[in-house]
Write a protein that binds this ligand. Structure first.
Ligand code: MG
Length: 261
């Protein structure tokens, strides 16, 4: 099931996305929230009539750095071993935007980069999750863009500003709950031109590894998100660009870059 969060006439709701033709998608409004047992109301609205919101409002986004060998190498870093502890960092809840929202180019950077990533959406409160229970705590998957001020990332020891500024975490367009994430294409285009193309099979650390590692340290809450790292091909964004992240089996997350007002 594809679960979207949206607003219509000032009301916010979740809906199940139905249909296959992009122009004819409809939302069957969900009674309740997708983190508990829920029912579909049968009340349907065309997707074209609503504003898509970020599919979840995470308490935290835990992100993983350098989880694809070719990407680590392209930035001139040593490629991590699968036995190395993954690099983890946070993107704040205030960085999250939905598909169709604008990425606001921050004033303190001259080098904004796109990073297309598979995002894991957590479905239930969990900590110290054993490997064999990981699938039970995952609601589904969505597309993410770990937008990064690369110059600031180089300049400052911690990545909080470089990767945590407002609008730096586009998520969407919806959460796909029925998906095997182990071998999916991840693509990023800018103004229709392909920049990144990778496969989730090339992750250094698996989703199971990441959930075990993160929840060893902290409780994850329903709606929390894990960004699993980006494949090679990261590159610059400029004001006016339209950046799109497409993941096989999920859909396309599209955002325009504007000057921060
Ligand atoms: Mg990243």
């Amino acid at each position: 099931m594809r679960i979207a969060r949206f607003s219509i006439d000032g009301n916010v709701a979740f809906g199940a996305v139905e249909g296959s033709s992009p122009d004819e998608l409809v939302l069957d409004i969900i009674k309740g929230i997708p983190f508990a047992d829920f029912e579909l109301s049968g009340t349907k609205v065309p997707l074209s009539k609503v504003r898509l919101l970020p599919p979840v409002l995470p308490n935290k986004v835990v992100a993983i750095g350098r989880n694809y060998a070719e990407h680590a190498a392209e930035l001139g870093h040593e490629v991590p071993e699968s036995t190395d502890a993954p690099i983890t960092f946070f993107k704040p809840s205030t960085s999250v935007i939905g598909s169709g929202d604008a990425i606001a180019y921050p004033s303190f950077s001259d080098e904004l980069h796109h990073e297309a990533e598979l995002a894991v959406v957590i479905g239930r409160m969990c900590r110290e999750v054993p490997r064999e229970r990981v699938k039970d705590v995952i609601l589904g998957y969505t597309c993410a863009n770990d937008v990064t001020a690369r110059d600031v990332q180089r300049r400052e020891k911690q990545w909080a500003r470089a990767k945590g500024f407002d609008t730096s975490c586009p998520l969407g367009p919806w959460v796909e709950t029925d998906l095997d994430p182990s071998d999916l294409t991840i693509q990023c285009t800018v103004n229709g031109e392909q920049r990144q193309l990778g496969r989730t099979t090339d992750m250094i650390r698996s989703i199971e590894d990441l959930v075990v590692h993160i929840t060893e340290a902290m409780t994850l809450l329903p709606g929390d998100v894990i960004l699993t790292g980006t494949p090679a091909g990261v590159g610059p964004l400029t004001v006016g660009d339209e950046v799109a992240v497409t993941i096989e089996g999920i859909g396309t997350l599209t955002n325009k870059v504007i000057k921060r007002g």
